[in-house]
Design a protein around this ligand. Structure first.
Ligand SMILES: Nc1ncnc2c1ncn2[C@@H]1O[C@H](COP(=O)(O)OP(=O)(O)OP(=O)(O)O)[C@@H](O)[C@H]1O
Ligand SMILES: [Mg+2]
Length: 230
């Protein structure tokens, strides 16, 4: 990333990206000719109506989907044609995901949930617990280590999920409606936290949201309608 910053290249470059899904042989044009760049360290809101292609775009940036057309470069690397193994290595090393429904493992406590990605990175168990503890403290949940998800509030579950997204020290966080299931106070807490992470460690963050008020936390808002940027 340092090289990119020196050369002035954007951290993310999305170039003429299209995504077609095929259902019962009829194509769904989820994204058409989408192009934009993101500078390292930006916090961006992505807004648009339901079905406009926001999740599809996030999944492409996160290496979960291969675009039908176009090119996506993240940190100087073309991620639009990765093999399955390359895509999981990319996700593990570079991306932290945060979802609307938190997606915590119900039988694991907070520490175990946060430590989970470190298993896939081959980090030894004692180090995993230590790093998970640090990440939980960083999201203000130092006192909730041994709570399972059923023993946490919605806002706390999302903070555990953010700690899990941070634990591998990603340079990109992709959050798909992270406050969609939270009330106003918890929404504020989550956005303040994402802003802190963004400012403190210069992590680039893309947040999908339907909530216009959240654009105040972002450097910039990208709007999408029917698969096209507007
Ligand atoms: N796996 C899939 N197979 C076929 N079509 C899909 C698939 N996933 C999404 N779509 C279609 O692609 C379009 C974009 O979907 P996407 O989930 O990206 O929208 P979204 O903007 O995230 O919507 P929402 O705000 O409701 O989450 C929709 O028309 C949807 O029906
Ligand atoms: Mg969506």
């Amino acid at each position: 990333m340092t090289g990119d910053e020196l050369s002035g290249d954007p951290f993310i470059r999305v170039d003429d990206v299209a995504m077609d899904y095929r259902v019962a042989n009829a194509p769904v044009h989820a994204l058409r000719r989408v192009a934009f760049t993101v500078t390292a360290g930006e916090l961006i809101c992505i807004m648009g109506p339901s079905g406009s292609g926001k999740t599809t775009l996030i999944h492409i940036l996160g290496g979960l989907l291969t675009p039908t057309q176009g090119r996506v470069v993240v940190g100087g690397r073309d991620i639009s044609h990765l093999t399955d193994n390359e895509a999981s290595a990319y996700r593990n090393s570079t991306v932290g995901f945060v979802f609307q429904l938190f997606q915590l493992m119900p039988y694991y406590d907070a520490i175990e949930n946060v430590a989970l990605p470190l298993i896939f990175s081959g980090v030894p168990a004692p180090v995993r617990r230590e790093r998970a503890r640090e990440a939980l403290t960083a999201v203000g949940l130092g006192h909730r280590h041994s709570h399972k998800s059923g023993e946490l509030s919605g806002g706390e579950m999302q903070r555990v999920a953010i700690a899990r997204a941070l634990v591998n020290r990603p340079c990109l966080i992709l959050a798909d409606e992270p406050t969609g299931n939270l009330d106003r106070d918890a929404t504020r807490t989550i956005m303040v936290l994402l802003k802190q992470i963004n400012t403190g460690s210069r992590v680039t963050i893309l947040v999908v949201t339907h909530n216009e008020a959240l654009s105040e936390y972002a450097h910039r808002t990208i709007r999408i309608e029917s698969g096209e940027l507007v």
